[in-house]
Design a binder for this molecule. Structure first.
Ligand code: CA2
Length: 151
């Protein structure tokens, strides 16, 4: 049987992971995060499409594409979490399970990071557990999909 496809989408500036602010985001690069997701997906029997963009429109277009091709979305919307109703609308329209991931604990940081528009479309939110949060999100997604299939 074909492996369920999970889109792992990353927003602006996450391409700089591991290059600056290691005290907040750790030392792993985005390539390391992709490898972590691929390894985790292999163990869980999932397929992963891992992407990063610095533009809001591209992120929204990718979410729209997911409707036809993916079983779930794991997303770190980065700065767009706190600003983008358009991204929220796209995620709501996708009709897919969404897990929002933040590497840092946004609630321990500046007040403007405490609210995420995206969380309204998310089945679950993982934050503050470093890049391991991506792996946890894929594990949780496996359970969500299994529950859907057993309905
Ligand atoms: O903690 C997270 O994962 C965030 O989504 C990261 C975003 C931030 O705007 C959110 O509030 C929380 C920032 C991504 C930028 O990442 C960088 C990594 C290294 C150096 C500079 C930026």
């Amino acid at each position: 049987m074909e492996r369920p496809l999970i889109a792992v989408l990353n927003g602006p500036n996450l391409n700089m992971l591991g290059q600056r602010e290691p005290e907040i985001y750790g030392r792993a690069t985005l390539d390391d995060v992709e490898q972590l997701c691929l390894r985790t997906a292999e163990k869980l029997g999932l397929a992963v499409d891992f992407r990063q963009t610095n533009t809001e429109g591209e992120l929204i277009s990718w979410v729209q594409e997911c409707r036809k091709r993916a079983r779930g979305i794991v997303i770190n919307p980065a700065g767009y979490s706190h600003t983008s109703i358009a991204l929220l609308d796209a995620l709501l329209a996708s009709d897919l399970p969404v897990i929002e991931v933040h590497i840092s604990n946004i609630h321990r940081r500046e007040p403007f990071r405490h609210h995420s528009y995206v969380s309204r479309a998310a089945t679950g939110v993982i934050c503050g557990l470093g890049v391991g949060g991506y792996s946890l999100a894929l594990q949780a997604m496996t359970d969500l999909i299994a529950n859907e299939d057993n309905r």
